[in-house]
Design a protein around this ligand. Structure first.
Ligand code: FAD
Ligand code: DHB
Length: 388
């Protein structure tokens, strides 16, 4: 097989890039180790920035998000028993959209397959070769046999655990990693969200995030001790813990409902640089992970591929290399801004062992709701920094 761009991974980064390339008349093959059903049902992110919706629109795949997405013009920070709404629309003229990542992935898959373009499912990439040349290849395992795909560029959009990042020469690769002493219990619950917007609730017992997937389904994340795993708490324990965190002062009117899915998430930051070596580009979680508090991972992945799509368009259009040469630096400047915001809001909302940190966190939250400049800065970052 032969193509212009071989894309490893059918997550949001890989699929969206394929769609952007398609719009520019550039051919690609997307290779995915999992099945179609698996990636279309994998529960992940829920928040899409306005800038990401613009990228989806440019790629011709925004219909689902525009029709079914729930637009939020504000969001709430809750602490000391009070819920403070931040009017994002008034502050920065844009809000956020709630649209589940797995639905976006399903939209992207059906757009691509509907146009007759290939996604090779259940086909793991096992080797990347020749990335120092203009004719790299990827080797895949398909139906028990190995096959090679020849291309001009390889894009590693294969998430944190994929093989692409490992194909960069180790002498060229720099890694920054930060583990946070925080863990979330993530729950899908059949109960109406207690508010029509998200609530980020700091409490001495732990952080809680009230999100949603529909008018009848809540998505709840609760900070838990590091040794608590997904099944450790009974449903009753979950509800009494949530009640303790949300009932003081002005209570959040959360009703109990069936918990249909549970998992845990360790919060961490990770950055790999450069995001390009020779004919290999990294995009999305393959190059960076942010703690989920700021709802940025999916949006960063979309920003990377918007930059990459543009760079490849210029390269294949008229041989202009400036976009591909500048790709890594341009993305990383934004990645570090998003890491900064995500790390800061993560610390501000979580319970720390240090009383001093705890007092600082409270001061940071009060500053956002009491000072318009601080509110503006929060809103600018939360709704998404410009691509530039
Ligand atoms: P992935 O989605 O991980 O896709 C990579 C793909 O590559 C996968 O399908 C994988 O199967 C495939 N792959 C791996 N190895 C191979 C191989 N060898 N061969 C072929 N294919 C391979 N982000 C937000 O912006 N907003 C949120 O609200 C938010 N909430 C989150 C909540 C949770 C619980 C979690 C876990 C994450 C959340 N994120 C959020 C982060 C977001 O989900 C990720 O950043 C996003 O999935 C990154 O997309 P990606 O395409 O880079 O990687
Ligand atoms: C969701 C996840 C987040 O990390 C966040 O900050 C907001 C919403 C969600 O999955 O709905």
């Amino acid at each position: 097989m032969k193509t212009q761009v071989a894309i490893v991974g059918a997550g949001p980064a890989g699929l969206l890039l394929a769609q952007l390339l398609k719009c520019a008349g550039i051919e690609s093959i997307v290779v995915e180790s999992r099945s179609r059903a698996y990636i279309e049902n994998r529960i992940r992110a829920g928040v899409i920035e306005a800038g990401t919706v613009d990228i989806l629109r440019e790629a011709g795949v925004a219909d689902g998000a525009l029709k079914e997405g729930i637009v939020h013009e504000g969001t709430a920070l809750r602490f000391e028993g009070r819920t403070h709404r931040l009017d994002l629309m008034e502050l920065v003229g844009r809000g956020i959209t709630i649209y589940p990542q797995h639905k976006l992935v399903a939209d992207l898959v059906s757009a691509r397959l509907g146009a007759g373009d290939p996604i090779l499912f259940e086909t793991p990439v096992v080797e990347l070769s020749g990335i120092d040349s203009d004719a790299p290849t990827i080797t895949v395992e398909r139906n028990g046999a190995r096959e090679t795909i020849a291309c001009r560029f390889v894009v590693g959009a294969d998430g944190f655990h994929g093989p692409s990042r490992q194909a960069l020469p180790s002498g060229d690769l720099r890694i920054w990693e930060q583990d946070y002493p925080y863990k979330w219990l993530a729950l899908m619950v059949e109960t109406p969200p207690p508010s029509h917007e998200l609530i980020y609730a700091a409490h001495e017992r732990g952080f809680t995030l009230m999100s949603m997937r529909s008018p009848t389904v809540s998505r709840i994340y609760a900070q838990v001790p590091m040794n608590v795993d997904a099944e450790a708490w009974s449903d009753d324990q979950v509800w009494s813990e949530l009640d303790l965190r949300l009932r003081d002062g002005e209570p959040v009117p959360l009703r109990e409902g069936a918990i249909t899915q549970r998992s845990t998430i360790h919060l961490r930051s990770f950055v790999a640089a450069p995001m390009r070596h020779g004919s290999l580009f990294l995009a999305g979680d393959a190059a960076h992970i942010v703690p989920p508090t700021g709802a940025k991972g999916l949006n960063l992945a979309a920003a990377d591929v918007a930059v990459l799509g543009d760079a490849l368009k210029r390269y294949f259009g008229n041989g202009d290399r400036s976009g591909i040469d500048g790709y890594s630096e341009r993305c990383l400047r934004r990645v570090w801004q998003v890491q900064r915001f995500s790390a800061w809001i993560t610390h501000a909302l979580h319970v720390s062992d240090s009383p001093f940190e705890q007092a600082l966190n409270l001061a940071a939250l009060r500053h956002i709701v009491e000072n318009r400049h601080a509110a503006l800065s929060f809103a600018e970052n939360y709704t998404g920094l410009p691509l530039n």
